[in-house]
Design a protein around this ligand. Structure first.
Ligand SMILES: [Fe+2]
Length: 303
């Protein structure tokens, strides 16, 4: 009756009182290649989340072994784990994959083999019951389409690319391959009427809206540019407004995203947008990202 959005696992703990206590948590950009990041994940309590679901909104690692190890940490603690690949997962080494699309498919197979959801699933029950819908995505560069989130800034772009994707992400050479369109097309069947019953929440790695990039009152501003580093306009690789069109088409109540390494919690036109990144150790030390007391943020039920 609910298309792909079924939960066939039966009662959660055989105790209906505990169903209602289900929460959905979110995290992104855990970059588990950093020893300190992996350590923080290993410190997560083992028994607090046994009835809960976790959304992992991309950028765990480009290394399949680190990815697997990180999923194991989450799967040992959460009842359900959801994931979409970020740009780091699609980095390839010469000779190992024909393209980043091949790597994407390999990552999905790894998720499937471990029981990590990359497709829609219903979690919870009663009023808290919600369909979690992963949305695959990429970014549109300035000049590639009107859906780009690019905004001009008065800064000198470096002559050499400082964006690692330019070296490590490779798309199929077939003419006209557009990564944004490729990934959004994969979402198409997730958006149809099968999920019209009850609440839906969604998540993507990349940003769905330009306004999420900029700090609002009370949020930490971007760090002062490091003089030793080439300046880089993040908006050139931030995301696509076509992701927001899918969020609206789905009727999502809340959308979790990552990629930017700046945390947000905003309400735009009836939809909550939440970003909760672990980010790089250097960013936490530099207070670009709040040093999280709790590295996981509860996003559902809405409060
Ligand atoms: Fe990213």
């Amino acid at each position: 009756m609910h298309g792909h959005c079924e939960n066939n696992k039966g009662p959660w703990r055989g105790d209906s009182a505990e169903w209602a206590a289900m929460q959905v948590y979110a995290i992104s950009d855990v970059h588990a290649d950093f020893r300190d990041n992996l350590w923080q994940l290993e410190q997560l309590p083992r028994h607090n989340y046994a009835a809960d679901a976790l959304i992992v909104a991309g950028d765990v690692s480009h290394e399949p072994e680190v990815l697997r190890r990180t999923f194991d940490i989450f799967l040992e603690r959460f009842r359900e784990v959801f994931f979409v690949p970020g740009n780091h997962e699609l980095w390839i080494r010469e000779g190992q994959h024909a393209s980043s699309v091949e790597k994407f498919q390999e990552v999905l197979r790894l998720c499937h083999s471990l029981g990590v959801h990359t497709g829609p699933e219903v979690v919870g029950s009663g009023e808290d019951r919600v369909c979690v819908v992963p949305l695959f995505s990429w970014y549109t560069r300035p000049g590639e389409g009107s859906d780009s989130l690019f905004r001009e800034r008065p800064m000198q772009e470096p002559a050499e690319s400082v964006w690692a994707d330019d070296y490590l992400v490779k798309w199929p050479r077939s003419g006209g391959f557009r990564p944004v369109q490729y990934f959004l097309d994969l979402n198409a069947e997730r958006l149809n009427g099968a999920y019209r019953h009850g609440n839906r929440i969604s998540f993507s790695h990349f940003l769905p809206r330009q306004d999420l990039m900029f700090a609002a009152r009370g949020e930490l501003p971007p760090a002062a540019p490091d003089p030793g580093r080439a300046l880089f306009n993040f908006s050139t690789v931030a995301g696509s407004s076509l992701i927001d069109e899918q969020i609206r088409q789905l009727g999502s109540r809340l959308h979790v995203y990552g990629h930017q390494h700046r945390n947000r919690r905003r309400l735009y036109d009836g939809v909550w947008y939440v970003s909760n990144c672990l980010g790089y150790p250097e960013e936490r030390r530099g207070r670009v990202i709040q040093d999280p007391g709790d590295i996981l943020q509860s996003v559902w039920p809405l409060v």
